[in-house]
Design a binder for this molecule. Sequence first.
Ligand code: XLS
Ligand code: NI
Ligand code: NI
Length: 442
Amino acid sequence: MSVIIGQKEYFKGIGQIKFEGVESDNPFAFRYYDENRIVAGKSMKEHLRFAIAYWHSFCGDGADPFGPGTHHYPWDVASDARQRAADKADAAFEFITKMGAPYYCFHDVDAIDGHNDPKEFGDRVKFITDIFAKKQAESGVKLLWGTANLFSNERYMNGASTNPNFEVVAHAGAQLKGAIDATITLGGEGYVFWGGREGYMSLLNTDMKRERENFARMLHTCVEYARRNGFKGKFFIEPKPCEPTKHQYDYDAATVIGFLREFDLLSEFGLNLEVNHATLAGHTFAHECQVASDAGMLASIDANRGDTQNGWDTDQFPTDIYEWAEAMSIILKQGGLAGGGINFDAKRRRNSTDMADLFYAHIGGMDTIARSLLIAEKIAKHGEMDRLKAERYASFNSGKGADYAAGKLKLEDLYKIAIEVGEPAQISGKQEYLENLLGRFV
Ligand code: XLS
Ligand code: NI
Ligand code: NI
């Protein structure tokens, strides 16, 4: 059966989204995201490396536990799975191009319907990979990262790489092979592991030690395969504390870094941090960025936001300038994202049912982050924030403090020094002053 591609325009009446500046009243224009504007020596486009998430934007139908989908996609109607996938690719590349996003990201089953026969599914993924390759060449859009969905299929209900049944682990491997092959063929800059079901629902039936070992085993197996087959990009792990499992092994940035170190995987991996996952872990997004950056592991971001009243992954589009200004300051300080980009792992609300809503959502998200980059640049140029932080630790830069930091002092030395210096003077942490300072730039 032959498949028809590139024939339809899905987002009729909406053209290329352009930068028009803050004075613009046009809801289909960027007010801050000016891709060519140079910020701290690089264009905004190069700094932010925006990516559109295939799953939320072209697959997610708005279903929730209380009702079915409300998003009806004109590219989701053909009866043949391959034709439907080709139609979806038409819509996706039209949207990504109109948004001016340089990248996209996808799970294998977002690109084309899953199938329980690994051979048939592998063939389907190859089929859509060829179409993506053509679309990338025509549009200049690139793949930020690929991934395998190892959480939706029923067989993964007890985990994928961490499943107690080796036969399920083998199926996970088959799917990983296909997704890695696709990522290599498409020149993906990264490959993401998000362990949706890699955790437990109850410790009563779980050998956590063995599951974590098996998890690491699969990561090693994938790295070995990908490198042997020419993958040059970076591997990313995306931490999340819970949901769908009660406890996920990739709980947060610190946990994942410890895990990668324990199993000798640090050098191949970076972290893909998601804003809403940080808040679910009881952290701020800035906290996760700082932990990752300090370890040299802040590589990529899934942009979204949670709802402070809700304890689940609401995946809303980013709007919080304060949250992003802090995060962008950390990213700017480390010289940009290490190998990754900023992927909108965010979805329209169930009742945002116009095609235009998909554009508004991404425009708002891209503008929020672009604006935060400009704020972060201003904060850095102004310098006071950095200076005050550095001054707080100045006592470790010389004299006895420097000796101590270098490991030259013993506990008895500290005893003597404490008697010598007497009661230390009170030094203010100046938190409100710094909050005001941040507020000035926001
Ligand atoms: C789900 C995750 C997922 C990953 C990719 O919460 O964010 O979308 O980003 O598998
Ligand atoms: Ni994500
Ligand atoms: Ni998420």
